[in-house]
Design a protein around this ligand. Structure first.
Ligand SMILES: NC(=O)c1ccc[n+]([C@@H]2O[C@H](COP(=O)([O-])OP(=O)(O)OC[C@H]3O[C@@H](n4cnc5c(N)ncnc54)[C@H](O)[C@@H]3O)[C@@H](O)[C@H]2O)c1
Ligand SMILES: [Zn+2]
Length: 363
């Protein structure tokens, strides 16, 4: 039977919404139906997730006789396109869904980003609910309201800030998630400890084995702290004009790895893990953190089965070239998220370029 372990609130004035976290929550129809205000809904999922969990969601809708349609997209980042948006809109219009309909995203970050964007633009905005089913989407993409799709020339180039009515995180969905995807999500969990919460980092060190073995209570706790951290940061800076950028720890280095190695060969979380080690290395070279912090970071990431070494094939020049076209460049200086101490990150262009060179050459 379902068990509600944690509920937290993303505090954004009239756009505030709850996040429910627990094992078996999809067995509790009310968590979904209470947040549907019209009498119809469209569930968006993909060919991997739909066979596993779609029936639980449609069963919930049936309890309140909510008319529903479904859109099952192909699985993969390469389908995060305007074409998928069109497919969703075609169903919405074809089945006469009006402005009171609700879109329900059932899947990982790809499905969440696509569905949120479709909800943001259909008839200038309809409600949507996030049911994230990967660890990464549970701790990251489902919180914060960034939605969108890719353009052939760039990732996430088309999108909107748009907040859901609620997020329902059923940790039981992680039981079917491939181990590698679980690890990739754990990289973002560890990130929250590094940037914001030294105690949480220590808690992760203490519990990493149980987390990797899928201990439900521990995972719920880790997701809850992660969502709360992201929610707190987003509440201060919803549109990323300042502090929200600390959430990108390891991401500038990581994006360079993803891009150089070919998207999909390194999972995002894997690239971010190595990127965080590089950020820690550069912070250590400045004398901002003790060597021990980098050692602890590497040890924890390793226990989460994440890579901690930059691909041997990548040169400092290649990093710099890719990093300088990344969007965080400000007047010629690449801004980086670095650590001032364990649990405290800063966004800065004020670092020594020679030390950056050393990090790139030695990671
Ligand atoms: N909006 C944001 O703030 C934000 C933040 C971070 C990432 N993102 C986006 O999120 C996407 C990555 O998300 P992701 O890592 O969840 O990838 P994903 O959505 O591609 O999911 C990874 C894989 O796991 C499968 N899957 C999902 N749930 C499963 C389950 N319970 N059991 C078995 N298989 C399952 C998926 O079908 C897919 O094959 C990227 O497009 C990224 O840009 C967005
Ligand atoms: Zn990330």
């Amino acid at each position: 039977m379902s068990q509600l372990l944690h509920q937290l609130n993303v505090d954004l004035g009239e756009r505030s919404y709850p996040i429910y976290i627990g094992n078996g929550l999809l067995e509790n129809p009310q968590l979904i139906t209470d947040h549907i205000h019209g009498s119809s809904a469209v569930v968006v999922s993909n060919t991997t997730v739909a066979p596993l969990y779609l029936n639980k969601v449609t069963a919930a809708l049936q309890t309140q006789e909510i008319r529903h349609d479904q859109v099952i997209l192909e699985d993969g980042e390469q389908y995060k396109t305007l074409h998928s948006i069109e497919q969703i809109i075609d169903v919405l219009i074809g089945q006469k869904h009006d402005r009171r309909t609700t879109l329900i995203a059932l899947g990982g970050g790809v499905i969440g980003d696509i569905t949120g964007f479709a909800a943001a633009i259909y008839q200038r905005g309809v409600n949507f609910i996030q049911i994230p089913t990967t660890l990464l989407s549970q701790v990251d993409s489902s919180v914060g309201g960034k939605t969108g799709v890719n353009h052939p020339q760039g990732k996430n180039m088309i999108g909107a800030f748009y907040q859901p009515q609620c997020v329902v995180i059923d940790t039981a969905t992680l039981n079917t998630l491939p181990d590698r995807e679980l690890s990739a999500g754990m990289a973002e969990v560890i990130k929250y400890g590094l940037i914001h919460d030294a105690d949480f980092f220590a808690w992760l060190e203490h519990n990493i084995d149980g987390l990797m073995q899928g201990n439900n209570e521990l995972i719920s706790q880790a997701i809850s702290v992660s969502c709360q951290t992201k929610a707190d940061v987003v509440a201060i800076d919803e549109r990323e004009s300042g502090i929200r950028a600390i959430l990108n720890l390891g991401h500038t280095f990581g994006h360079a790895i993803e891009s150089a190695m070919g998207y999909g060969n390194w999972l995002h979380g894997e690239a971010v893990a190595t990127g965080m080690v590089m950020a820690a290395d550069l912070s250590e070279r400045h004398g901002w953190i003790a060597p021990e912090v980098k050692q602890r970071t590497m040890a924890l990431l390793k226990q989460a089965n994440l890579p901690i070494q930059s691909p041997g094939s990548m040169s400092p020049e290649q990093y710099l070239e890719i990093m300088s076209i990344d969007k965080k460049v400000d007047r010629g200086v690449i801004k980086l998220v670095l650590l001032e101490q364990l649990g405290k990150a800063v966004v800065t262009g004020d670092y020594n370029p020679d030390l950056l060179q050393q990090t790139l050459a030695n990671s």
